[in-house]
Ligand binder design. Structure first.
Ligand code: ADP
Length: 259
């Protein structure tokens, strides 16, 4: 009988699901912008199963990761760090540093040559430098987070955002806008602020190249470019970006099947 492995990443802001076939190829995936404590996880699972053309019974084993991983019965729970390390190593076997910026935290993981996690650092205390910062700023500027990247590309002279606190930075952005700062320059300044926070986390752990970026914020090329400028190195973006944790969880379920 064909085997399928399901990985669910129950995040703070979004639920992600990836389904692998017995050979480890992605056969279905889904992202639902609703996280832990909502119908998001169930909807993400159902949408990924539908994309793969599978019924729930076809799944051999499941694993859950993310903030809400313990809220999902019937699945192995795998830590976010392990899931992200597994996913990034499978996508980029040469990756040595993984930076994941999600909706509520940012983490940086150093991998050994075989993909084993050697060290990590996490910022989960402060919204600055996370997707939440971008969500707040986008709302203040009446944009969707998906629109930030295109605005950034039009920037001429990024506005410097001096506050590191999200609440103060939001007031600063609003007052700069009232003074007539062009929208693209404001957006580029916001991206530079997120990149500066992420870069300092990476530098505190120590940067070993190549650096791979994952998580929802990796879909924003404006942040990726700002990070490259800040660190002076190329940043590789996982094609699975926001799905990387769910992909790692599915790989975990596949490897755990004989236990
Ligand atoms: P979590 O696992 O904590 O739910 P994710 O890794 O799913 O976090 O990332 C969520 C964040 O990604 C959001 O806060 C948002 O800022 C950003 N994001 C989500 N989708 C997009 C997109 N299409 N383009 C740019 N940024 C996005």
């Amino acid at each position: 009988m064909a085997e399928y492995y399901l990985g669910l990443d129950i995040g703070s802001t979004a639920s992600k699901c990836v389904i692998l076939d017995g050979g480890g190829a992605v056969v279905g995936s889904a992202v639902v912008p609703a996280g832990v404590g909502t119908s998001g996880p169930g909807r993400a699972r159902d949408a990924a199963l539908a994309a793969a053309g599978l019924a729930e019974e076809a799944v051999t084993r499941s694993a859950a990761t993310g903030y809400g991983r313990h809220t999902w019965p019937g699945a192995d729970a795998v830590s976010e760090l392990s899931a992200h390390a597994l996913g990034a190593h499978a996508t980029f076997p040469e990756a040595r540093t993984v930076l994941d910026i999600g909706g509520q935290d940012a983490k940086v993981i150093r991998l050994g040559p075989t993909g084993r996690m050697e060290a990590f650092l996490m910022n989960d205390k402060c919204a600055a430098g996370t997707g939440r910062f971008l969500d707040v700023m986008a709302r203040a500027l009446e944009l969707r987070v998906e629109e930030l990247e295109a605005k950034d590309a039009e920037a001429v002279s990024p506005v410097s955002i001096s506050s590191t606190c999200t609440v103060f930075a939001e007031s600063e952005v609003i007052s700069q806008q009232a003074k007539g700062a062009p929208l693209p320059d404001l957006v580029a300044g916001i991206h530079a602020s997120v990149a500066a926070r992420a870069a300092s986390l990476v530098k505190r752990l120590g940067l070993t190249e190549p650096l791979v970026m994952t998580g929802g914020v990796a879909q924003n090329a404006g942040v990726v470019r700002a990070l490259e400028r800040e660190l002076g190195v190329a940043v590789r973006v996982s094609p699975l970006a926001q799905l990387n944790g769910a992909y790692g969880a599915a790989l975990y379920a596949m490897r755990n099947q004989d236990e």
